[in-house]
Write a protein that binds this ligand. Structure first.
Ligand code: HEC
Ligand code: HEC
Length: 373
């Protein structure tokens, strides 16, 4: 039985952290301790999936950077595979639009995508989810206390969004170096990495760093070629599947398709706009805590930060709508290592606190199992 200690999430939702801008929650869903607690309970509750086995936290795993480090693309309900990598939920509240194709724009609404998707939590309807909550004795009265009303589509979304807005993590060593003038907070190699990131590497033209804060994203979608490669150039029929931490096997894709269904084709932002110039464009991810959130890119194709830096050093993957901002960089070994080291300096100081808080949440149905303490 794992254990952790609860954090003051309301305080985290309200405090300004070094390197991050103020976070404005919607006027009608301002941070509230009871709503946060309810959202946190829902996030970890496996009963919210149709077969009662899958919670939000099983793809957005707290101790794995609130993503899944072991699978390029998660497996959802009944072994059905997803076509995209699970992004971290840390700092998700700062995105103007959600999902890597920018198709959703509020956390309150977003939650219904995984709750209802047949390859995620597979609930047959909104009403089904609401009934599940109504039938769970341990939720009795909680919605009334938090929202002054019954369980509704809206209040479920609001509660989950409240919890997600507490998963805020800034104040990294980089922030102390840049925004608090602690010149020793970064090593020489990390400092060189910063210079490359904002200079010769051209990284900060998309992964923005501003005067008083850095979200490392321009909130826009770009074509780096990785999606094009996945759809058009992938030749190997085998993919590496992680079986356990550090243990991978090469498995023929047709065998994976036979158990989990073939991975659906993915053309990125085009799927939303149907504008051909948006083909294979994906949102620029914020890079905070990136050392904790492998594997990388929308499809989890790149397993390490070294691989990501090598990818950019080659100038991405050529295709007709490759972003003009990507070009071969000609970085030498020392410079590539410096960029990786810089990326590793972006881990927030409170991640351990958020993980420990997550460990303090009871999982699933308290009536069904006797919990031994
Ligand atoms: C089966 C795995 C799985 C489960 C379960 C799951 N997610 Fe996700 N989540 C994903 C994947 C994959 C994506 C990226 C999909 C995309 O961008 O098209 C994602 C995206 C998101 C995003 C958008 C992140 C961003 O950077 O824009 C949020 C927020 C989110 N999930 C929250 C939740 C919540 C809340 C739940 C539970 C109600 C949940 N997820 C359940 C796999 C999962
Ligand atoms: C043209 C805009 C652009 C530039 C320039 C750029 N990036 Fe990116 N970056 C992106 C986009 C878009 C993605 C997501 C691609 C995807 O999901 O397929 C990404 C993904 C990443 C990721 C993976 C993050 C994750 O969570 O999966 C890292 C790390 C990264 N970039 C670092 C860099 C570095 C280092 C540089 C400079 C050498 C750089 N980027 C230059 C747009 C850019």
């Amino acid at each position: 039985m794992r254990s952790g200690s609860a954090a003051n999430l309301l305080e985290i939702a309200k405090a300004k952290q070094l390197g991050l801008p103020e976070l404005a929650a919607p006027a009608d869903n301002q941070p509230d301790a009871r709503k946060i607690a309810l959202g946190r309970k829902l996030f970890f509750d496996r009963r919210l999936s149709r077969n009662k086995t899958m919670s939000c936290a099983m793809c957005h795993i707290p101790e794995q950077g609130f993503t899944n480090n072991e699978l390029a693309r998660p497996i959802g309900s009944e072994g059905r595979g997803l076509k995209r990598n699970a992004p971290t939920i840390l700092n998700v509240a700062y995105y103007q639009r959600l999902f890597v194709d920018l198709r959703e724009f509020s956390l309150e609404q977003q939650v219904w995508s995984p709750l209802l998707a047949s390859n995620e939590m597979n609930n047959p309807s909104i009403g089904y989810v609401i009934e599940t909550i109504l039938n769970a004795r341990d939720y009795a009265g909680l919605f009334q206390q938090a929202f002054g009303g019954p369980v509704t589509m809206r209040s479920v979304g609001e509660a989950l969004a409240q919890y997600e807005r507490t998963l805020i993590s800034g104040d990294s060593r980089f922030d102390r170096w840049l925004y608090a003038n602690e010149s020793l907070a970064l090593s020489n190699s990390e400092t060189l990495g910063y210079q490359l990131f904002t200079g010769k590497g051209g990284c900060s033209s998309c992964h923005l760093i501003q005067k008083d804060h850095a979200l490392f994203t321009d909130q826009q979608a770009h074509n780096t070629g990785i999606g094009y490669w996945d759809s058009m150039l992938r030749t190997s029929r085998e993919v590496a599947v992680q079986l356990a931490p550090g243990v991978a096997a090469n498995i023929d894709q047709t065998r994976i398709a036979s158990v989990g269904g073939a991975k659906a084709n993915d053309v990125g932002r085009y799927e939303v706009t149907l504008n051909p110039s948006d083909r294979w464009k994906y949102r620029t991810p914020g890079l905070r805590n990136v050392a904790l959130t492998a594997p990388y890119m929308h499809n989890g194709e790149l397993l390490t930060l070294e691989a990501v830096v090598d990818f950019y050093n080659r100038g991405g993957i050529p295709n007709e709508s490759l972003s003009p901002l990507l070009k071969p960089l000609g970085l030498v070994d020392k410079e590539r290592a410096a960029l990786v080291n810089f990326l590793k300096s972006l881990t927030g100081s409170n991640v351990k606190i958020l993980v420990s808080d997550a460990f303090a949440v009871p999982i699933g149905d308290p009536d069904a199992v006797s919990v031994a303490h």
